[in-house]
Design a protein around this ligand. Structure first.
Ligand code: PNS
Length: 156
């Protein structure tokens, strides 16, 4: 039984995340999408909203579950019996951002990070851009799963 964790802030979950979750779900027996705390960010959406939106976005994937984690990601992985962390890559900037985390997580516990290349049609889709476009009144419905547009509107 191979279990992997796909962590992130998911503020909000996007079609890019769903694409990576779909690809990773076909590689592992079980995938846990972990809504985690990034100490360098102040999320727009509260954690309960991010959890609900992420759960709805992957509910069609039978081997994917969604959970919250507040502590060290590697400890969450150990507690859940996960042997891999999955991260999506849109391009080189993502790799530069992810590489130190992958090295740190492996240094801490030996857990490997598996990088999955996302759909090139979604390479411009990032939670930060979605928030910014939505904040300025733009239409982000093509980039996010159902329910996210309304949640962003409510959050202001
Ligand atoms: O979507 P993000 O914000 O880029 O995801 C980053 C995240 C949440 C995966 C990262 O900040 C994280 O792993 N946080 C949990 C705490 C932790 O383990 N920190 C050390 C990372 S090497």
């Amino acid at each position: 039984m191979t279990i992997a964790v796909l962590p992130g802030s998911f503020d909000p979950v996007t079609m890019g995340h769903v694409d990576i979750a779909t690809r990773a779900a076909s590689l592992f027996d079980e995938l846990i999408l972990a809504v985690a705390h990034n100490s360098t960010k102040s999320p727009l959406l509260d954690v309960q909203t991010r959890l609900e939106l992420a759960s709805a976005a992957v509910k069609h994937l039978p081997n994917v579950t969604v959970a919250q984690t507040d502590g060290l990601l590697v400890e969450f992985c150990k507690a859940r019996g996960a042997t891999a962390i999955v991260k999506g890559l849109r391009g080189g900037a993502d790799y530069d951002y992810e590489r130190p985390m992958a090295l740190m997580n492996r240094s801490l516990t030996g857990i490997e990070t598996v990088f999955v290349t996302g759909d090139s049609a979604l390479a411009h889709v990032a939670s930060s851009l979605v928030r910014d476009v939505a904040r300025h009144g733009g239409d982000v419905s093509a980039y996010v799963p159902a329910g996210v547009v309304e949640a962003l509107r409510t959050a202001g």
